[in-house]
Each structure stands twice: as structure tokens, then as C-alpha cells.
Write a protein that binds this ligand. Sequence first.
Ligand code: ADP
Length: 272
Amino acid sequence: STINTTIQEGFAAAIRIFNLMDQESHIKEIAGADSLNISRGNIEFKNVSLSYDQDYSFALKNINLVIEPGTTTALVGPSGAGKSSCLNLIPRFYDPSGGSIEIDGQKIKNVTLESLRSCISLVSQEPKLFDVSIRENISYGNTNASYDEIVNASQSAAAHEFIMSLPDQYETVVGEKGYSLSGGQKQRISIARAFLRNAPILLLDEATSSLDNESEHLIQKAVKKLMQNRTTIVIAHRLSTIIDANKIAVLDQGTIVEMGSHEELIKKEGLY
Ligand code: ADP
């Protein structure tokens, strides 16, 4: 009778899980899609618009933006301007309502999702950690990585030292959403994941939440290193990230209102 209770609970959970698994994605691959052939990692937005609610209102309008290979472009602007929407279009979490996005001259909607997403690392504000060991959380970036590669990635992300001070080191289980770790530690784990993944395109949503000075400094240093030789788009909140970017795009109400370097934009005395 005890087992029956457990089974019934399992059935109830399974029904909900299968409902979710059966959902069809809105994002479809075209028939016979090719793999993305990435050479330099040039990203181009061509007249991109986006409406989340079937053309009722536009989150993005006529976005034209070239992110040259190996450079960093910072997206700045008030809340609701469309910065996250721009970022979300690149791995095809959403498809544009108009216009197109190309990587190295190939329209991303014509390539396989697997090949597109395998060349992208995404470091978000809220790192998604699973209730497994730190080693497994980091290797989520590249499931074939060896232990040494995981340690190297952690060292680059300034995470190795704090991991070694934990009771079970790399085998420490982090708890649901990583609750046993501080905000700064979680971020460094997600940066280690991106180092391990070593993808040519980096999408970075800088954290707005305040960290202690030491964490802040370590994360800045690690992120700077991670950006090297990658095509990076960053939703930037820290002035130092913005100043260091090759190009800054200022968004407001779904359009790019100004673009240039820090000095150029300061001189303009516009929204920036
Ligand atoms: P930012 O990142 O600059 O704060 P967002 O790209 O998040 O701006 O938002 C741009 C606009 O799109 C806002 O009006 C926001 O409410 C809307 N929006 C963002 N995500 C969604 C979504 N998933 N569904 C519907 N509307 C959304």
C-alpha cells in the first residue's frame, strides 16, 4: 500500500512532465537545413523587427547592426529598450517578425539549431545551476571535457580557489539553483562553463545585482579574459565594460538611437 502511494505520486508528476515534453517549439528548422559554417564569427542584424504579440506592438524596430569578428559590442539603454530581445534572437529563442540575422553570411533561420547554438556561449544574469556537483555543472558547457579541462576552465574563471576550499571540492553538490553558493560564486561557475565551451560567439548579460568588491573584481577580470578573441555582445551595466567595448549601441523603445565609441557618444550629448 505504501508503494502504491509513491506510484500514484509518480503518475501525477509524469502527466505534467509529459504535457511539457509534448509541447511543440515555435522555432522550426527548415527542411534540409545545413550546418552553420562558422569561420570568423561576424554577426549582422539586417532590418530586424520583433513583435512578441503578433504585430500588435514591436519590441524591436529596424535594427541594423554589424558585430565584427572578435570584437565586443555593448548594448545599453533604459529598461524595456529591447536589449535582451536583441540577445535572444541570436540563438533563436525567438524569431524576428521581419528582417534577418546572419552569421558569417548565413541566415541563422536556414541552419540547424544544433549547429547554431553550439557556436554560442550564453552567460546570463542569473546563472542556471543544477542540483548536482560543481564538476557536473561546469561540464554542462562541454560534456566531453576531461577533469583537467574542467579545472583549467575554473582557473580561468577565478573559481578554482573557492571550489578547492569547499568540503567536497569539485564533487560538492550545489543544491537547488545553487543555493549553497554566493551570487559571485555562481557567476564564476557559469563563466567557467563558458570557458570550457570555448564557443566563438559570447552573449553576456552583465549582472546588475551588487556583489562584494572582491567578487566584482574577480568577475570583471575573468569576463575580460573570456571576451578575448570572441565575438561578444554584452548587455552592459558596468561603466568599465561599456568604455572597453569596440562599439556601443544605444537602444531606446526598440530602436538603435545612437552608435559609436564611448568618446564619440559623449561628444554627441545625446541619450548616452
Ligand atoms: P531590455 O532588455 O532593454 O530591458 P527587453 O528586450 O526585455 O528590454 O524588452 C523589450 C520590450 O519587449 C519590453 O516592452 C518588454 O515588455 C517586451 N518583452 C520582452 N520579452 C517579452 C516576452 N517574452 N513576451 C512579451 N513581451 C516581451
